[in-house]
Design a binder for this molecule. Structure first.
Ligand code: GLY
Ligand code: MN
Length: 465
């Protein structure tokens, strides 16, 4: 945990930023059962609860009284029966002391306080629940149906929390750098293991083991696949084949639940073919262009356009694309090759605050989400600010079914040389992802060492030199 002053200050700032008075409720998470109640998934605390209270323990609820300025932590102390199974645990009042909260009480007391507050007409602010049990708890606490919970979320609270969490402090950056180091170890281990005949599962298991050895585990299900053209391919059943490429998109949560997220794509046999090298270098140039552009006040949507321009220009040089690149981007022709956005915010969540809503995290009044092909997929469009942590993850994918659809419909046929795509139907896909911190003047790549990324670095590394 950070010091109790950190959490006290964060809660103080939050109270100041929610101008409509009332009560802010921040439910922590409970254990989530896998196949029966006592066999749970690895416990993961709610990220906003972690941000404001820092305690990684199930069945707690945080409350901020905006009008009185008092913070509360609710939970039930363990019974002797619990202690027999779990061992002695800190009391709720001990936990409160760790995060600077002196008012603690049981969950039954929370229900009573909320009932009274509602009777007095006080406003209860809460975020959109993403777990069914928390949705049911909110429904019970507020005396409304579960279906009505979504209509009662507090947009003001959502915007206030995003405005705090989107700027990472120096102590948070140190935690993210720690997660990046775990990511470095995972990715370099994968590169060392990669050779024909190895199963994708061997690599996935090894790198996920590193994430558990050094931290809280993976920040999302690892993608370890020769079918990089399937964006979120979670199958690990393939046997690595000479001549193909392996895409590894994986990251870790460190012990404080801060995340990393990296992608590398490399030849299974350790040597890029000319075709692989050409496409790889275009993706790398797009990744580099994003680093060159990312700085305070630029729209991340413009950085996305900068990267997709590099992709289309590169593909034009190879003869796969033709025509005016501005017109091609305006018509969304790049979406055939890169049907996703350039990146997302990262912090205590790998897609930071996605539970709160992309409309508040990646967009604002200036940047409404576009419905246009090639732009609608952007998770993050708004202006960058110092302290934001972003991923930069361009890619080029040859998705046979998608190419066939565009060809059949003649979509963007003035820009795409469909016949020239035939040799790429078994190519797969390439993505390169790094994490960057927006600084006062530009940005810097996070992680004390960068995972090998150029063709030369990768070939040298894979040769074990
Ligand atoms: N690295 C997985 C994702 O960003 O969706
Ligand atoms: Mn990512």
């Amino acid at each position: 945990m950070f010091s109790k002053e950190t959490y006290t200050k964060r809660r103080e700032l939050l109270r100041e930023r929610v101008s409509r008075g009332g009560i802010i409720l921040l439910p922590g998470n409970s254990e989530a059962p896998r196949n029966y109640p006592d066999n749970g998934y690895h416990f993961r605390q709610d990220s906003s609860f972690l941000y404001f209270f820092g305690i990684q323990q199930p069945d707690l609820v945080g409350m901020l009284d905006i009008d009185s300025g008092e913070d509360w932590l609710f939970g039930d102390d363990l019974s002797m029966d619990d202690i027999i199974w779990t061992g002695p645990q800190p009391t709720i009042s001990d936990l409160g002391a760790k995060c600077g909260v002196t008012s603690t009480a049981s969950l039954a007391a929370l229900q009573e306080m909320l009932t009274l507050a509602i009777r007095k007409g006080r406003h209860i602010h809460f975020l959109p629940p993403y777990r069914a049990d928390n949705k049911l708890k909110l429904s019970r606490w507020l005396g409304i149906s579960p279906d009505a919970v979504a209509d009662r979320i507090s947009v003001e609270l959502a915007i206030a929390i995003v405005s705090l969490r989107d700027k990472k402090s120096e102590e948070e950056i140190r935690e993210i750098e720690d997660a990046c180091e775990i990511g470095y170890r995972m990715h370099t281990a994968a590169m060392r293991m990669c050779r024909p005949g190895v199963c994708e599962r061997d690599i996935a298991g090894a790198i996920e083991g590193i994430s558990l050895e050094m931290g809280e585990g993976v920040s999302f299900h690892s993608i370890v696949t020769q079918h990089g053209e399937t964006l979120h391919n979670h199958s690990h059943n393939g046997i690595l084949e000479d001549g193909r490429m392996l895409l590894v998109d994986a990251g870790a949560e460190n012990l404080m639940n801060y995340c990393s997220d990296f992608t590398r794509t490399y030849p299974v046999n350790g040597k890029f073919s000319p075709m692989q090298r050409d496409i790889y270098n275009i993706v790398l140039a797009a990744n580099t262009r994003a680093f060159e552009m990312a700085r305070p006040e630029i729209l991340y949507r413009d950085v996305h356009f900068g990267a997709v321009r590099v992709i289309l220009e590169g593909l034009k040089e190879l003869g796969l694309v033709r025509g005016n690149i501005d017109d091609a981007i305006a018509k969304g022709a790049h979406a055939l090759f890169m049907p996703h956005g350039l990146g997302h915010m990262m912090g205590i969540d790998v897609h930071d605050m996605e539970d709160i809503g992309e409309e508040y995290v990646g967009y604002d009044l200036e940047t409404e989400r576009s419905a246009q092909l090639g732009v609608s997929c952007l998770r993050m469009a708004r202006r960058l600010k110092p302290g934001m942590v972003m991923t930069d993850e361009p890619g080029i994918y040859f998705i046979p079914a998608y190419i066939a659809k565009w060809k059949a419909e003649g979509l963007n046929k003035e820009f795409i040389n469909f016949d020239k795509l035939e040799p790429y139907m078994n190519f797969g896909g390439i993505r390169i992802e790094d994490d960057l911190l927006i600084t006062e003047t530009g940005n810097r790549i996070l992680g004390k060492r960068r995972i090998p990324v150029t063709v030369e670095e990768i070939e040298t590394f894979m040769a074990g030199e």
